[in-house]
Design a protein around this ligand. Structure first.
Ligand code: MN
Length: 231
């Protein structure tokens, strides 16, 4: 096989305790999946079905890292999220079968250009420019599911320059991992390499050049991300 332009490198993420890497196929992100965050964004959290948006595979990057402050924004926000790594594909997966499709779990940031998102919401345009920019998904090394203590409870937290900003528990997910991945698989055939970013708890806020962001999910993974000068 020959190609008319260079073949893109396979996007991938580090895995804990091995040099082997997790190949990233797609990144699905859940919107509004913690009640207090839905409220802080001015939405009614009551049982709206889960909805999704995406980031390109190569938005994923290993941590620790330094990410340049991205273009076109003056309001870059952190959103810490539990990340699920899919190991076995499928469509119309029953909630009770979802665990069989999960390879591992980690934690990352759904970096968001909040000013562009506000404009997109107001003008009923897509969220891509707010969410899907370069390096918008720094993610800690993935932990194999056999070593993950729980996907239904555990502290999730994020700090900026040592000051805690987001502090919640994944037990507070409106739609559990089993439920939202089952729903996702009704509209897309999931495949090995897919990632699901499961939504952020309350406390999202802006970061600026020079900020050091740390965060984690208890028993799963932790990260450190530095915001560099504008690209
Ligand atoms: Mn998010």
């Amino acid at each position: 096989m020959s190609y008319v332009v260079p073949v893109p490198p396979q996007a991938s993420l580090a895995v804990q305790d091995t040099d082997a890497r997790f190949p990233v196929r797609r990144i699905f992100c859940v919107g509004r999946n913690y009640e207090a965050h839905a409220r802080e964004m001015g939405n009614d959290p009551d049982r709206e079905p889960p909805f999704f948006f995406t980031k390109p595979a190569d938005a994923a990057c290993d941590t620790p890292c330094t990410i340049p402050y991205p273009p076109l924004t003056n309001d870059l926000h952190h959103e810490i999220e539990l990340v699920i790594a899919i190991g076995k594909g499928g469509a119309n997966i029953a909630p009770s079968d979802v665990m069989d499709h999960i390879w591992g779990a980690s934690v990352g940031i759904d970096l968001t250009r909040r000013d562009l998102q506000a404009e997109a919401k107001q003008t009923r345009r897509p969220w891509d420019w707010a969410k899907a920019f370069d390096l918008s998904a720094p993610i800690a090394p993935i932990k194999p599911i056999a070593d993950v203590p729980s996907l239904t409870n555990g502290r999730i937290w994020l700090a900026v320059n040592g000051e805690t900003r987001q502090d919640a528990d994944i037990a507070d997910l409106i739609w559990s991992v089993a439920d939202h991945i089952a729903t996702l698989s009704e509209s897309m055939t999931l495949a090995p390499g897919d990632l699901v970013m499961t939504g952020t708890p309350a406390g999202v806020a802006a970061v600026v050049e020079g900020d050091v962001i740390t965060g984690g999910v208890e028993g799963i993974a932790e990260f450190e991300v530095t915001i560099g000068p504008r690209a």
